[in-house]
Write a new protein. Structure first.
Length: 321
């Protein structure tokens, strides 16, 4: 039976399924983690890990990805559970934005992708700028009320967690019952049920984002994108828009960026930093946790802030380029 000629529709389905199967395991992992967080994680565990000073807590939250590495596909359900457990919104958003970049897996993939093209400079620049920007965003978010950021159901859950912690402190109960051996099977089932609900919820938003990304990959002439690499004033925003649309995983995007030879190192870093923080699928996934106005403000604010940083960053000489 002869093979049929490739069609645009076939290319779309191929790209759609490829992105879907690439990201779905990470979402499944994230929802499983979120289910176990919901059932097994004591409400005050973050209070014990993070400093009491809120700005110190935000600064440390930007480094939690080193210990708890989670890619952007899996971070949203985890954040939702942590917020419901009482994690301050400013710390949650800092961790949410930083963890997909500031983690050991991304360090290794970035070094490998840019081997022979000053990989240490590219890795340190990516990790360092991502950390500083996400902490800055956390400081800004700290100035706003959680009610103006979180969706109603999540805000009520966070409020209940905080009030519960206050009541326990007032009554002198600072311990946590982790359950007896007899209730472990029931708690395991509850954790898996919670994970299943989160997977369906987040997966719906993820699928919409994947569909939009697949349409872009199969309908746009990639050669036309290279024309924007003549200067950083065009290259940096163009690469950020491209990262937003392509919605690549932070563990593999460095291999794509390293092959875009017509763009400067600053433009490539913009691609590697903005994409894991904000892309098409993440807009829909963030909308399951945050109010739409906040998601839009976050996307625009990150775009402007990172754009200005990397346009100026282009003036720094990079060895090997």
């Amino acid at each position: 039976m002869p093979f049929t000629e490739p069609t645009q529709l076939g290319d779309f389905f191929y790209a759609f399924l490829g992105i879907l199967f690439e990201g779905a395991p990470y979402i499944l992992l994230g929802t499983i983690i979120s289910g176990f967080i919901d059932v097994y994680l004591p409400s005050n565990v973050m209070d014990r890990i993070l400093p009491r000073n809120r700005y110190g807590a935000i600064a440390l939250s930007g480094l939690l990805g080193i210990v708890f590495p989670v890619c952007e596909c899996a971070i949203v359900p985890v954040i939702r559970r942590l917020v419901k457990k009482g994690l301050p919104v400013s710390c949650a958003i800092t961790y949410m934005l930083a963890a997909p970049i500031v983690n050991p897996i991304v360090v290794l993939s970035t070094l490998s992708a840019f081997a022979g093209n000053d990989p240490v400079f590219m890795m340190l620049s990516r990790i360092g700028i991502a950390y500083l920007v996400t902490v800055f965003v956390g400081f800004v978010v700290h100035q706003f009320s959680p009610r103006s950021i979180l969706r109603g159901f999540l805000f009520r859950g966070a409020e209940n967690a905080i009030s519960s912690k206050v009541q326990k402190k007032e009554h002198g109960h600072d311990h946590h019952d982790h359950g007896t051996k007899d209730d472990k099977p029931d708690r395991l089932v509850l954790a898996l049920r919670t994970a299943a609900r989160d997977f369906i919820d987040v997966g719906m938003y993820f699928t919409i984002g994947v569909m939009i990304t697949a349409l872009y990959r199969t309908q746009i002439d990639q050669a036309s994108i290279d024309r924007f690499g003549s200067s950083d004033w065009m290259g940096v925003p163009a690469m950020m828009v491209l990262a937003f649309i392509l919605s690549l995983c932070s563990t593999s995007d460095a291999f794509i960026a390293s092959q875009m030879l017509s763009f400067s190192s600053a433009a490539k870093l913009a691609f590697l930093t903005y994409g894991p923080m904000m892309d098409v699928k993440l807009v829909f996934m963030y909308s399951a946790v945050f109010k739409p106005r906040f998601v839009i403000a976050l996307a625009v604010g990150l775009f402007l802030l990172l754009g200005l940083i990397f346009i100026q960053w282009g003036n720094i000489p990079v060895p090997g380029t």
